[in-house]
Ligand binder design. Structure first.
Ligand code: TYM
Length: 340
C-alpha cells in the first residue's frame, strides 16, 4: 500500500524558535517514519515583507540546516528550497486566477501583518496563502503538519482545491484534479506563547527578542530570557487556569522538552514556586537544544553536504510536482507543449 504523504515548511525569516520546533518540526521528525515526507524552506514566502537579500540567502541555508539538526533524515524525507522548484510559482499563478479576492482579504494573518506594514503592503503579502496552497496541492499531500496559526490557511487551500478547481474543472467525481489536504495540528505545542505575555503567540517577528527562545540561543541567553520571563503572584504552577496563561505555557514547554506527561509535570510543580521552577526549565531547555546546536554547527561549517541533500530533495520535488502541474494545466485548457 502506498504511504500517505505530508508536506510542510518554515519561512527563513530570522532565527527559528522553540514554537517552530515544538509546533511543527518536531512533529515532522516523528511523522517521517510513517509518511512519504516533503519539507521545504519557503523562501518565496519570506519576501512578502521587506527583506535583506544577503540575510535571505544565509537564513535559507541555516533553516535547512536546522531541519536536519532537529532530526529530519534525508533518507526518509525530501528536503528542498521552495524557489528551486519553479512549479510552486507557476501553480500559484493558476490558482490566483480562480481564487476570489474577498477570500484573501478575510485572512487573519494578512490583516495582522498588513496592519504592521502601514503603507508598504505588497501584493505578495495578500497572495501569501495562495502560494502556500500551491506548495501543498502540488504534492498531493494528505496531511499538513503545522501549528494552530496555520489553520485558516489550510482551510483556504482545501476550498481552492475543492470549490475552485475540482468542482469546476474535474470531468468526473472519480478523477479529481487536486487532492484535498487536511491539517495535522497536534494537541500539544500547537501554540507556544510569548515569554513576555502568555496571551500572545511566540513569534519570529516580535521586536522583543526576550519573547522567544531561539533554537540557536546559547545557555547564557536562555538563562537570561527565562529569568526575565513573565510570571504571576501565585505559588505553584498549573495547567489550564485561564487567569494564569504564563504558568500554562511554561509548564507546557517544560513537559514537551523533558518528554514527561502533563500529569507528571503538573504534579511535580504544583507545590513549587516560580523561583525553583525557572532554573529547572532553563536546564531542560539548554539540555534539549544542545544536541541540535552541535549538529547544526557541524552542518553549517561545511555546506557541501547540505547542498547535496537539498539538490536530491529538489529533484524528488520536481519529479512529483510536475505531474500535478500538468494535470491542472490540462484541465484548465492550456495547449500542450513538449515539456508540458
Ligand atoms: P512560519 O515560518 O511562520 O512557521 C513555521 C511553522 O511553525 C509553526 N509555529 C508555531 N507553532 C507553535 N507555536 C508557535 N508560537 C508557533 N509559531 C510558528 C507554524 O504554525 C508553522 O507550522 N505559512 C507557513 C509557512 C508555509 C507552509 C507552507 C506551511 C508556507 N507554505 C506549506 C505548511 C505547508 C508559516 O507561517 O510558517
Amino acid at each position: 500500500m502506498n504511504k500517505k504523504r505530508i508536506l510542510s515548511g518554515v519561512q527563513p525569516t530570522g532565527d527559528l524558535h522553540i514554537g517552530n520546533w515544538l509546533g511543527a518540526i518536531r512533529n515532522w521528525v516523528e511523522l517521517q517514519h510513517e509518511y512519504d515526507t516533503y519539507v521545504c524552506v519557503v523562501d518565496l514566502h519570506a519576501i512578502t515583507v521587506p527583506h535583506d537579500p544577503e540575510k535571505l540567502r544565509s537564513d535559507t541555508l541555516s533553516t535547512a540546516a536546522l531541519y536536519l539538526a532537529c532530526g529530519m533524515d534525508p533518507k526518509k524525507s525530501s528536503i528542498f528550497v521552495q524557489s528551486h522548484v519553479p512549479a510552486h510559482s507557476e501553480l500559484c499563478w493558476l490558482l490566483n486566477c480562480v481564487t476570489p479576492l474577498n477570500w484573501m482579504e478575510r485572512m487573519i494573518q494578512f490583516r495582522e501583518k498588513a496592519l504592521k506594514q502601514g503603507d508598504n503592503v505588497s501584493l505578495g503579502l495578500l497572495d501569501y496563502p495562495v502560494l502556500m496552497a500551491a506548495d501543498i496541492l502540488l504534492y498531493d499531500a494528505d496531511l499538513v503538519p503545522v501549528g494552530e496559526d496555520q489553520k485558516q490557511h489550510l482551510e483556504l487551500a482545501r476550498d481552492i482545491a475543492q470549490q475552485r478547481i475540482n468542482s469546476r474543472f474535474s470531468k468526473d467525481k472519480e478523477n479529481q484534479i487536486l487532492k484535498v489536504p487536511r491539517p495535522l495540528i497536534m494537541k500539544e505545542g500547537a501554540k507556544i506563547m510569548s515569554l513576555c505575555d502568555g496571551t500572545n503567540k511566540m513569534s519570529k517577528s516580535d521586536p522583543n527578542e526576550n519573547s522567544r527562545i531561539g533554537l540557536l540561543d546559547n545557555p547564557e541567553k536562555i538563562k537570561k530570557k527565562i529569568k526575565k520571563a513573565k510570571t504571576d503572584q501565585h505559588f505553584g504552577l498549573e495547567f489550564g487556569n485561564p487567569d494564569r496563561p504564563e504558568a500554562d505555557n511554561l509548564l507546557e514547554i517544560y513537559s514537551m522538552i523533558s518528554n514527561q506527561s502533563r500529569e507528571i509535570v503538573a504534579k511535580e510543580f504544583s507545590d513549587i514556586g516560580w523561583g525553583k521552577f525557572k532554573p529547572q526549565l532553563t536546564e531542560a531547555l539548554i539540555a534539549s537544544l544542545q544536541p541540535i546546536q552541535q549538529k547544526y554547527n557541524a552542518l553549517i561549517q561545511d555546506s557541501s553536504e547540505l547542498n547535496k541533500i537539498l539538490k536530491e530533495g529538489t529533484e524528488n520535488a520536481k519529479e512529483l510536482s510536475r505531474h500535478t502541474l500538468k494535470r491542472v494545466k490540462q484541465a484548465l485548457g492550456f495547449l500542450e507543449s513538449t515539456d508540458f
